[in-house]
Design a protein. Sequence first.
Length: 293
Amino acid sequence: MDLESMAYIKSESEFSNARLRGFLQSVMGLIRGHNMHLLSFGEVVEKLRLKQSIYLGLQDIPVKNIVGSTGRYEDFTRTFLPRTGDKRAKERWRNIYTLAVTGKGFPPIDVYKIDQVYFVKDGNHRVSVARDLGWETIQAYVTELPSSISLEPDVEPDDLLVKEECAWFLQQTQLDKTRPDSKTRIDFTEPGGYQRLLKHIELHRYLMHLEQDPQGDEPISLPDAAADWYDNVFTPIIDEMHKSDIIRHFPGRSESDLYMWLIRYQARLRERYQLAQVELPEMARDFLASVDD
């Protein structure tokens, strides 16, 4: 019996084992409340409001960073274990496995890239076999969709709601363009934060208008107000948090989460702990006074 025939016979048990692991992974995900499905490329593009694309050509990409698909996202688990025993899909998987283990190889896959993650356009079964064999990289034709929103390999489907809010927030404020470092500093862990934050910026915009031109009709643009708020309110407060080392007492929470918490409860905290007003720039103090409970 030749090597190819032996590999094809072995592929039967390999597929069955992969499918069983896929079933167990899905069940454990349900028990633990984790969504083990692949991400839908179309849903991500819609939520993040992505428009442009750039062809990057042939690259070696990390297999572990492939987290979704354009059309087969229900056929595999998050780690590309097969979820269906469909005869055609099974045969496709077995043939690819045989090509891989006999050294014949297979064509590069075709993927879309968004930040750090990839979505399969063509080649889902090839990715499944590559993961089953423990490959670290795979060749792919890559088309990137530039995004101001960070996406990492551990992103969950439920995280997309927060990512969608972030895309909307950046579209309104343009902070990713005027203050690029804000992309890493303004990062909420739960839905609703970006909407509340925009209300704060609107208030700051109003205060700027009163200070600069109370009788005039010249409006202050929201992007200009957002940049000023970031420099004179948000950043000083976050810097003070780091100086006091308070952030380490709130594991799992971001700077933005703590900022919103401080803004919401700062009056009660001062009263309860008999705290003096923190030494902040005048603009930050005025803002805190305006949102005092």
